[in-house]
Design a protein. Structure first.
Length: 115
């Protein structure tokens, strides 16, 4: 399963990387390894939401449930995420990234902090 990783590079800027989550056959379905977490946080952001450069407070999965968001890294790269998209946010240091809700609708999403 492909997801997007957001991480801090040696240049102290955030960058994107497409990664593959390994899935193994368990007989009836393919599943990943269990990952230890610290719970789940549900959030809603209005259509006008904009958060200037910021790092994430901890490693976490971010899953968009509805609406759309653009994440911009320090080199100007912008990626858009919509319903069902999964991002592993690991840019806990450096300048971080910009988050902006787009599309004129609120964004509903979850954070799943990792241990």
């Amino acid at each position: 399963m492909k997801i997007v990783r957001l991480y801090t590079g040696a240049d102290n800027e955030s960058h994107f990387e497409d990664i593959e989550v390994e899935l193994n056959n368990n007989g009836r379905a393919k599943v990943s390894e269990l990952q230890p977490t610290n719970g789940i946080i549900f959030r809603t952001a209005p259509p006008t939401y904009l958060s200037d450069y910021h790092p994430v407070p901890k490693r976490q999965y971010v899953i968009t449930l509805s609406g759309q968001v653009e994440i911009e890294t320090g080199d100007g790269t912008i990626r858009r995420f919509g319903p069902g998209d999964v991002m592993l946010a690991e840019d806990t240091t450096g300048r971080g990234h910009i988050t902006r809700v787009v599309g004129g609708e609120p964004r509903h999403y979850v954070f799943i902090p990792l241990k």
